[in-house]
Ligand binder design. Structure first.
Ligand code: TXA
Ligand code: MG
Length: 321
């Protein structure tokens, strides 16, 4: 079983030895390995039970590391880095040969982000290599935002979980790529809103659409899903009655629904804050999952800002009906 603690010297030495450890980030917990050690990277896929066709994100501590990793940086990428790094923004940039095809699943771009979590920044300063880290959940399950989530999901498979407290953003980073002209395209909605990116780039952003039969990385239909069937409904107050005969759990935004036992309800933000609701969404899904409920119900968020990100995750996790 994994040790849990804040010993970054120990974590640094484990990583240098090619071990895989769980690390905190501001978005969700990650499962980290030395990005330049292929054997270590392969272990990540094994622990997660993730197909190697799904590429990983490389985490850096400072911009100087970019020169080793990427061939060129479009002007718009510079702009975004200046405004959102360190922070929950991942950029897809043309990779240099040093970046293993295992990390990028043979794509010619590598996903890179500079996290803002202070403990992770300290760790990145202690090691000379970047860390490749997917979210620390088994493939297709909900991402972990607390040490407890990580410990329950994969604690038996790794030696150490670096305890950085609960993740403050609570949802994964936004992923942005660039076309031939250097225009930004959104590959995954996330903790940085589309609107915030558009203010900086001063243009409307498109979302990447994949025409191939195999789903694009991060765009898989069933993803981030709890084991209990999840229903994303238009109006919880009206719709919960349709599930009356079942033992249901409700995830509510700021107020409980009358007529349903309080024990079956999780309030995302008593202060009606979308930031706080985002921070708590995965927690609420972890909380209700595997507790014997027939269904978990949640209402769609207003489709803008972080609400759009949450709707994206929930629509992938929900039962299609
Ligand atoms: O917030 C986050 O980004 C967290 C923390 C741990 O940093 N990490 C994370 O990693 O969410 P992961 O592996 O769960 O999701 C990364 C996504 C995947 O959907 C992957 O397919 C996509 O990024 N990705 C990685 N490299 C890519 C590339 N070259 N082109 C397109 N998509 C890429
Ligand atoms: Mg993930």
């Amino acid at each position: 079983m994994a040790l849990i603690g804040k010993d970054i010297d120990l974590v640094a030495s484990l990583l240098k030895d090619g071990k895989v450890v769980a690390i905190p980030t501001e978005t969700v917990y990650g499962l980290a390995a030395n990005a330049f050690n292929e054997k270590a990277v392969l272990k990540i896929f094994e622990v997660k039970n993730r197909p190697t066709t799904n590429p990983l994100i490389v985490h850096i501590g400072n911009k100087m590391q970019l020169t080793d990793l990427v061939k060129s940086i479009p002007e718009n990428a510079h702009l975004l880095m200046e405004n959102f790094w360190p922070g929950p923004l991942t950029l897809l940039l043309p990779k240099k040969a040093i970046v293993s095809d295992l990390v990028t699943a043979s794509h010619n771009t590598v996903a890179i982000r500079m996290p803002s979590h202070p403990l992770l920044q300290e760790l990145l300063k202690k090691i000379s290599f970047p860390l490749t880290a997917p979210s620390a959940n088994p493939f297709t399950y909900i991402s972990p935002t607390t040490v407890d989530h990580v410990s329950k999901q994969i604690g038996t498979k790794i030696p150490y979980i670096l305890d950085g407290g609960d993740c403050q953003k609570g949802v994964e980073s936004t992923i942005v790529g660039f076309n031939k002209n250097g225009d930004a395209i959104i590959y995954r909605l996330g903790a940085i809103t589309t609107e915030a990116l558009e203010v900086i780039l001063q243009s409307k952003l498109k979302t990447f659409k994949n025409n191939k039969s195999t789903p694009a990385p991060g765009m898989m239909k069933i993803h981030y899903a709890p084991s209990t069937p999840l229903y994303l409904v238009d109006n919880l107050k009206k719709n919960w009655n349709q599930f009356k005969e079942k033992n249901i759990a409700l995830i509510v935004f700021d107020k409980e629904i009358k007529g349903v036992n309080s024990k079956n309800q999780f309030i995302l933000s008593k202060n009606s804050s979308l930031d706080e609701a985002t921070e708590n969404l995965y927690k609420s899904l972890h909380y209700f999952d595997n507790k014997g409920f027939d269904a978990i119900l949640i209402q769609k968020f207003e489709n803008k800002g972080l609400g759009k990100t949450l709707n994206d995750r929930l629509s992938r996790a929900q039962v299609k009906f």
